[in-house]
Design a protein around this ligand. Structure first.
Ligand code: FE2
Length: 251
């Protein structure tokens, strides 16, 4: 069984709750679809953990931390990106001759982020953070018309797995489906599956979301976690308060 996670956004409590949930299942592979960091208060711990996954794709917030926030980011996202850069960028280590291990660790995280790719193909499956035809463009596949252009554009692909919107969703060529928690959806037609977000869900359900995939089909899993603890850390870190508030509202 494969577990597919996306958009952890440096939320360690949500990630550990999902890992705990996965430990009771027969999972042999774990894929990550991007946005390891940005928004949340534990970029270092989450980066350390996700390096163990089979692959991690590049999300727009991962890229923003590497390059600096793009103009189109809102002020809250920009502030979170700048804060995250300070936690992991090698050049923010003062007196690096005194603490070479800190500098080496930051170099390791930075190199890990740099090597991430925006898309991956496995047989007739495609995994991508945002838009499978324009990976890395930050474009959303959120409407049926857009989903149809993706299905038309890559006719050899049977199933697409994406993240980015933080809203669990599925598209066939004919319909947009809001998935139910725990329901098994067979892959009996071409599909686009948005796996939702572990660390900042936006479908008005505050619980962490991830997807299980095996020969029988796809299942969306929701996992409660200690939101209060994450909110407390966000406030202590001096990150924007809105980031703490939105977690409990699931938006
Ligand atoms: Fe994201």
């Amino acid at each position: 069984m494969i577990a597919i996670l996306s958009d952890v956004h440096a939320n360690l409590e949500a990630l550990t709750a999902v890992i705990r949930d996965m430990s009771g299942r027969k999972i042999t592979r774990i894929f990550f679809l991007g946005d390891i960091i940005g928004y949340g208060p534990n970029p270092v711990e989450v980066l350390e953990f996700l390096q163990k996954f089979e692959f991690c794709l590049m999300g727009n917030h991962d890229r923003a931390v590497l390059t600096g926030p793009p103009k189109k980011f809102n002020p809250v996202a920009k502030e979170a990106v700048e804060w995250t850069r300070k936690q992991i960028h090698p050049s923010y280590v003062r007196l690096k001759w005194l603490r070479p291990w800190v500098y080496r660790k930051r170099l390791e995280w930075w190199r890990f982020l740099l090597q991430m790719k925006p898309i991956r193909k496995e047989g007739d499956w495609v995994f991508c953070h945002d838009h499978p035809i324009q990976p890395g463009s930050d474009k959303y596949v959120h409407k049926l018309e857009v989903a149809q252009t993706v299905l038309d554009g890559l006719p050899d692909i049977r199933a697409f797995f994406i993240g980015h919107s933080h809203v669990p969703m599925m598209f066939t060529y004919k319909e947009r489906i809001v998935p139910e928690e725990g329901t098994l959806y067979p892959i009996d037609q071409r599909l686009i599956v948005n796996v939702g977000s572990v660390g900042q869900p936006r479908d008005r359900d505050a619980r962490a979301c991830y997807v299980l995939l095996d020969e029988r089909g796809i299942q969306f899993i929701r996992v409660p976690y200690d939101i209060r603890r994450t909110q407390q850390k966000i406030r202590q870190a001096g990150l924007p308060q809105l980031l703490a508030q939105r977690l409990e509202e699931g938006k």
